[in-house]
Design a binder for this molecule. Sequence first.
Ligand code: HEC
Length: 165
Amino acid sequence: MIRHIIALISGALTVAAIVYMAKLDIELEKLKKIEEIIEKSKLEVPITKTAQSVQQQQKEEESEEEKQLKMLKEKAGNISAFEVSPLYRRNCASCHGVNGNGAVGPKLIGKSKDEILQALKDFKSGKRKNYVMYGLLSNMKEEDLISLAEEISQFDEKLQKATNK
Ligand code: HEC
């Protein structure tokens, strides 16, 4: 009787072992498939990468075109009717125009030397509040302000001479 029971138990264990092994096999199969998928996705990565780099290249080309356009615009903007001092060109022309005809900043042509000098002094002292002009003039010497005021007050005359040629 005991022998029968042992045989039964061992038989059951064998069946259980077989089922367990079969399950393991299935799991292994799944793992393999997962691995395959991972391998495939690794292959796909370089493809998407090249797509990205193509996009990047296009962007770079665009910005290259933009740069050239900017340069052209700057050139066009810098064609001045008459010569201005480096001091004016470097510090003021970007906002007031190469010849003082105004852009972001107001037109300066036609203002008297005193008017301009007073405006510059007031900006510098903060009496006339303008953050941009204040920041720009805070490091400038009085004599620079005077020479700028003098130069700008002559723009009108210079422009007329230049256009009447
Ligand atoms: C970043 C732009 C910018 C730059 C650079 C700049 N300005 Fe101005 N400027 C302005 C603006 C904006 C105003 C108007 C401010 C206001 O009326 O409060 C102004 C006003 C002035 C005025 C008064 C004009 C008026 O109608 O009352 C004078 C004069 C002047 N600027 C001279 C200069 C000089 C000289 C330089 C170079 C040293 C210079 N600016 C550089 C933007 C600029």
